[in-house]
Design a protein around this ligand. Structure first.
Ligand SMILES: [Mn+2]
Length: 331
């Protein structure tokens, strides 16, 4: 099979977050435009990925699901060196460079994720993969409303797969995860239909089981602080907690959609990793809160890589009085 490289004969680089949303966006693109490409990805926390790309004139770079704010200088460098960049993302970006070789597909609306931006661009050509990405990115309601020629049982399977792929990206580094995201991508891209993957590959079921086991472990830890609007859960440092922190935050958000949730995990250096979810019912305010502690993310879901232990009381104080989304009636 001849590889349909670009007309100029340049190299192709695919850069994406290693979570379900990032991987499923690239899968859709490469099913649409098959070509040998070098994949640059990592665990969910690896977001400064663009600096690893060494592309120049005639080369093409696809970027999916990593913050433009965090990658702006690398983006500028690539554009100046003559590369063409296609950028799909939904993380808030302060200002988007205008450049003839930059094609931006950005939406900062909480009802969009990168896999859905790719789906819109490709006019639903790989809708099932878009659903896997959207379910994995905690957009179950949006995904449920998206038309697809499958029944409810199949939708449930795509949802489980998306949540499991997403789960696999969590960990401090690639030693914590079950499968390195780049290796998982090699399995995903072999299937035009993710339902076929579930039938033929063990990895889907293995990831679903692994996620379930970690959540069971986490369920043994009750919130250490709670009122009617918000809860804070504290986890010890362990491989399971390094994997489960974001997943637990999403699960709590779905179980109690009118409340905000913070899940904190101790780090080896005594500080905390923090995962914040605004109430699903009014998903904004998470990024604003986390950015006050050097964190980042989106309006509905954000995090802090390192919260010093002495900052914990101030964090819980601000979290407990935060206004989420529309003004909450005084309680
Ligand atoms: Mn995403």
């Amino acid at each position: 099979m001849t590889a349909p490289a670009n007309i100029a004969g340049g190299r192709q680089f695919d850069v994406c977050n290693g979570d379900a949303d990032g991987l499923c966006a690239v899968v859709q693109w490469r099913l649409h435009a098959p070509a040998p490409a070098r994949l640059i990805t990592g665990v969910k926390r690896d977001i400064g990925l663009l600096e690893r790309v060494d592309a120049g004139a005639g080369d093409e770079v696809l970027v999916c699901d990593i913050s433009m704010d965090r990658n702006r200088s690398a983006l500028q460098r690539l554009l100046e060196s003559g590369a063409t960049v296609r950028y799909f993302d939904h993380h808030t970006a302060a200002d988007v460079p205008v450049h003839p070789r930059l094609e931006s597909h950005l939406r900062f609306d909480h009802r969009w994720c990168t896999s859905l931006l790719m789906d819109a661009h490709l006019k639903g050509a790989y809708r099932r993969w878009a659903l896997v990405g959207a379910y994995g990115d905690n957009l179950a309601e949006v995904a449920d409303a998206l038309p697809c020629d499958i029944g409810n049982r199949e939708r449930g399977l795509l949802r489980q797969l998306g949540e499991a792929i997403n789960y696999n990206a969590y960990g401090d580094d690639e030693n914590d995860v079950w499968v390195k995201p780049a290796q998982l991508y090699e399995t995903l891209i072999r299937y035009r239909d993710p339902l076929d993957l579930l039938v033929r590959e063990a990895i889907g079921g293995d990831l679903i089981d692994a996620r379930r086991a970690d959540l069971k472990e986490a369920a043994g830890h009750q919130p250490c602080w709670k009122n009617e609007h918000a809860s804070v859960t504290l986890l010890p440092d362990a491989p399971w907690s390094r994997r489960v922190i974001g997943c637990l935050a999403n699960q709590l958000a779905r179980a109690q959609p009118t409340m905000a949730h913070a899940v904190l995990k101790q780090r080896r250096d005594g500080a905390y990793v923090v995962s914040v979810r605004a109430p699903l019912a009014s998903p904004s305010g998470a990024h604003a809160l986390c950015s006050r502690f050097g964190g980042a993310g989106r309006a509905g879901a954000a995090g802090i890589d390192r919260l010093p232990a002495q900052e914990l009381p101030r964090f819980v104080g601000l979290f407990s009085v935060a206004r989420w989304g529309a003004v909450t009636p005084p309680g």
